[in-house]
Design a protein around this ligand. Structure first.
Ligand code: NAP
Length: 304
């Protein structure tokens, strides 16, 4: 059996077109959505991610602002930059690109971003809101993108067993809470480095999500025939044949697993483009909330 290859790039383009239309509508009414990205230091992979995020913003018609700070920046200076963006009415979404240099505490930084502008969904208030299903929160972009791909491909989650490899706060935990909620109604198993006999768990998955960062971790014998396999991993592997000197690899042995699975996401071109699309969607949502609050206030002042 050959799996259906899930085209995250095409699905991401559809969402970005919807975001661009909503951006144009809001801009015509006086609120142009704006996203600011803070990049600390000169990590080459982070620079690529940040550039693709700001480019996508620009293409959707949003304000995009990139704040580049040296790796030697102090935590207080970084807080100052975040505070400035928190107070800036042109900016509706703020994200601080991770990882940060070791002298800066990522938790403190993520908590400094105002929850209403935390379009990454990493502030504890938004983590909690997402966990209890409160729609005022922002759901992190990668799990939101996987949920969107499941809907797009009409993959049944109700009563199905989802196994997630990895337990990060960015991908795996929020995805588990979205999938087990009433609606999707999946049964979810989270696994990690200390899980005994990982293959025994992955083989039971109707839907297998892998977010680890170890190329080749998931081999065909670890996958149930017909399963839907979502590969979140993105690792730069040196490759002299490639002009860039590296290729991006997922965690799944793609060729062998594609022979056995029912659906599979490629790397690149699967989950990655959805992450950017959902980040833009969160930014438009943040701008829309500000816009509605403002217009409601204006109507009230005018007595209508
Ligand atoms: P992370 O914080 O790097 O954590 C990796 C997780 O994998 C940890 O929970 C770790 O377990 C687990 N793990 C490591 N080795 C394992 C093994 N042999 N068996 C089972 N579990 C194992 O995770 P992340 O931030 O979610 O990132 C994971 C990967 O996804 C990375 O390659 C990252 O670049 C990529 N990513 C891609 C996107 C995208 O848009 N495509 C977005 C986000 C992340 P412990 O907790 O026990 O250490």
């Amino acid at each position: 059996m050959a799996a259906k290859i899930i085209d995250g790039a095409a699905c991401g383009r559809e969402i970005r077109a919807e975001v661009a239309a909503e951006t144009a509508r809001l801009a015509a009414e006086g609120t142009t959505p704006g996203l600011a990205v803070i990049l600390v230091g000169a990590d080459p992979a982070s620079e690529v991610y940040v550039r693709s995020k700001t480019r996508a913003c620009h293409e959707a018609g949003m304000h995009d602002r990139l704040i580049q700070l040296p790796g030697s920046v102090t935590q207080d200076e970084l807080f100052g930059a975040i505070d400035g963006l928190n107070a800036d009415p042109e900016i509706h979404g703020i994200l601080v690109q991770l990882p940060l240099p070791p002298h800066i505490h990522p938790k403190a930084v993520l908590e400094r971003v105002h929850p209403s502008k935390d379009v990454d969904g990493f502030h504890p208030l938004n983590v909690g809101r997402a966990f209890v299903g409160d729609p005022r929160g922002f759901v992190p972009a990668t799990p939101a993108g996987i949920m969107e791909l499941l809907r797009h491909e009409r993959i049944e989650t109700h009563g199905r067993h989802v196994v997630i490899v990895g337990r990060s706060l960015i991908v795996s935990k929020p995805l588990a809470s979205l999938l087990m909620a009433p609606g999707p109604n999946a049964t979810v198993t989270l696994t990690h480095r200390h899980t005994v006999d990982l293959a025994q768990h992955t083989r039971m998955a109707d839907i297998l999500v892998v977010a680890v960062g170890k190329p080749g971790l998931i081999t065909a014998d670890m996958v149930k025939p017909g399963a839907a396999v979502f590969d979140v991993g993105t690792t730069r592997v040196p490759d002299e044949k490639h002009a860039k000197g590296y290729v991006i690899k997922g965690d799944v042995d793609f060729d062998a697993v594609a022979e056995k699975a029912g659906w599979i996401t490629p790397v690149p071109g699967g989950v990655g483009p959805m992450t950017i699309a959902m980040l833009l969607r969160n930014t438009v949502e943040a701008a829309m909330r500000v816009h509605h609050a403002r217009t409601k206030g204006e109507r009230r002042r005018m007595g209508v």
